[in-house]
Design a protein around this ligand. Structure first.
Ligand code: SAH
Length: 516
């Protein structure tokens, strides 16, 4: 825990987490999460947002107690007050906007009563976010001049409704109902009874802005029936008004090429981000599964010796981002820097490796056209390298192609271990569940070790079974071969061995072979 000054009252940030897409959190909300000692979060707040929290922040799920009942509002208020009085910076993370049907007002009143200072950080409310991602503008000059946000959670018993149905039903104003799915038959009946036209278009948006977004459209006359037949479930927002028809023209999110497809990404944890972003940018729901954990080698002895006299080498060969990262980390801890590389020419395999080098001010002299180990040997065979010395900082379990191939060209290669590839402990439970539940449609492998490790983590037979009916995408022929050796069929392999090309090829696969 961060040091807290005794006798100091804490502070509460009431933050809107946005409707689902984690990118819809505000910059200010993100900054507050990062400095929180305690975070109380809701069922509707995207769990990914907790990734911005500091390592030792206390995370409290305020949604349910014992998995069944809602935590009472007074219990949440009490916990907020208690944690703040103990001197903590507390974040209360609520779905959408805290002041729109979120009981944020009540939580705030409790803070005022206890004399605790607070700030409200607004969020994108579901009533704004979900229609935007469904391609429905809430207002449009040609159709409507007003919008109303209405609760659909009223009790529709005998007592008089607090909703002015007559005013809502008159005119052409767009209506946005929160929490209205269970009461949809009563809501539509009330609007019809008070004069809204039966042909008024209606859209139900479930899990809006998330990769699992579902939209059901109909009219005031038939939507309740359609929702019942489709067993349409909460959480969903109901949009009523002529603007709903614009979706046909303005739809952009749920018609992207990989929308509705679950893709398993198997990468070293610190590299998964970029590939995941590419996939989710195309609409995929990404399941990240670390199959490699990259760590420092047990001993740095060989690497240190080489680094102590880099002038002995004519060439330095980097075949991965991690090789660059761990090489320079060690170089710096020996109190050396990029200038130590001055006597050597540098070979980088793949544009990502070259980019990693450029961060340290190094421009690669040689970037083989083909990113495989064989490509490195081919590139060197075009040069006059007999008798030259090369340093090749490598992973502990690297293939021997480069050392052997360059040796055959007459080069003298030293290949100290710069980093280790090891196995994480097992497969996350939610991934097994998603595989078994058919929610993963593609598994993407970006190196032989990712697929080999996955097999080692779950067992070969189990893996074959789990990936039955799942399209398998491999970044290149070496990875494909590893897949086949494990008894897996390969469905997708790009001609260029980059994550960009792999993404394009996955899109092509799911668009029925048409160019992405
Ligand atoms: N404070 C929240 C609303 C909480 S009330 C906000 O501003 O969005 C809970 C209701 O919000 C749900 O019943 C549903 O109607 C709506 N909702 C929340 N997230 C949603 C989402 N991603 N898609 C559709 N509706 C959502």
């Amino acid at each position: 825990m961060k040091t807290k000054s005794k006798n100091k009252t804490g502070f509460v940030y009431l933050i809107g987490a946005g409707p689902g897409d984690p990118g819809l959190l505000t910059v200010k909300g993100c900054e507050c999460i990062a400095k929180a000692d305690v975070i109380l979060y809701d069922y509707l707040a995207h769990p990914g947002l907790l990734g911005y929290a500091s390592r030792d922040a206390e995370l409290i799920y305020a949604g349910k107690v014992g998995g069944a009942h809602n935590r009472e509002q007074w219990q949440i208020n009490e916990m907020l007050v208690g944690k703040a009085l103990a001197g903590n910076v507390v974040v209360r993370l609520k779905g959408g906007d805290p002041f729109v049907f979120g009981r944020g007002g009540e939580e705030c009143e409790a803070l005022v009563a206890a004399g605790i200072p607070f700030e409200i950080v607004p969020g994108v409310t579901a009533g704004i976010g979900a229609p935007a991602y469904a391609g429905i503008p809430l207002t449009h000059r040609d159709y409507t001049t007003s919008v109303a946000f209405v609760t659909g959670h009223e009790s529709y018993g005998k007592e008089a409704s607090g909703i002015d149905w007559e005013r809502l039903s008159l005119g052409d104003g767009t209506l946005v109902f929160y929490m209205g799915i269970r009461n949809l038959p009563q809501i539509t009946a009330n609007l019809l009874a008070h004069g809204r036209a039966p042909e008024t278009p209606v859209a139900l948006i479930r899990w809006g802005t998330r990769p699992e977004q579902e939209v059901l459209t109909g009219t005031l006359a038939d939507i309740a029936d359609k929702a019942r037949k489709a067993a349409f479930k909460p959480p969903a927002i109901t949009i009523i008004g002529e603007v709903v028809n614009l979706r046909e023209k303005l739809r952009w999110f749920d018609n992207r090429p990989l929308f509705g497809k679950g893709v398993l990404v198997t990468r070293a944890t610190d590299q998964a981000g970029e590939f995941s972003r590419l996939l989710s940018g195309s609409g995929a729901r990404v399941f990240e599964c670390p199959t490699i954990s990259i760590t420092s080698p047990e001993s740095h002895e060989d690497l240190d010796r080489a680094m102590g006299s880099l002038e002995r080498f004519d060439w330095l060969i980097f075949t991965s981002y991690n090789a660059v990262k761990y090489f320079f980390r060690r170089l710096h801890s020996l109190e050396l820097d990029s200038r130590a590389l001055a006597p050597c020419r540098v070979c980088a395999v793949g544009p990502k490796t070259a980019a990693a080098l450029s961060v340290f001010g190094i421009r690669a002299d040689l970037i083989p056209a083909d990113y495989k180990a064989e490509g490195v040997v081919a590139a060197f065979s075009a040069l006059d390298v007999a008798g030259k010395r090369a340093l090749f900082p490598r992973a502990d379990r690297a293939r021997d192609v480069i050392t052997a191939g360059l040796g055959a060209l007459g080069m003298d290669v030293e290949a100290p271990v710069a980093y280790r590839n090891s196995l994480p402990d097992g497969l996350p439970h939610d991934i097994i569940e998603a595989l078994e539940g058919g929610r993963i449609h593609c598994a993407a492998f970006t190196s032989s070790s990712t697929v080999e490790n996955l097999a080692a983590m779950v067992g070969e037979n189990r893996l074959i079974h789990l990936l039955e009916g799942v399209a398998i995408a491999a970044i290149g022929p070496v990875t494909s071969r590893s897949c086949r050796e494990l008894g897996l069929r390969v469905d997708v392999e790009p001609a260029e061995h980059t994550i960009e090309a792999l993404t394009t090829e996955i899109i092509r696969h799911f668009s029925g072979g048409l160019p992405g």
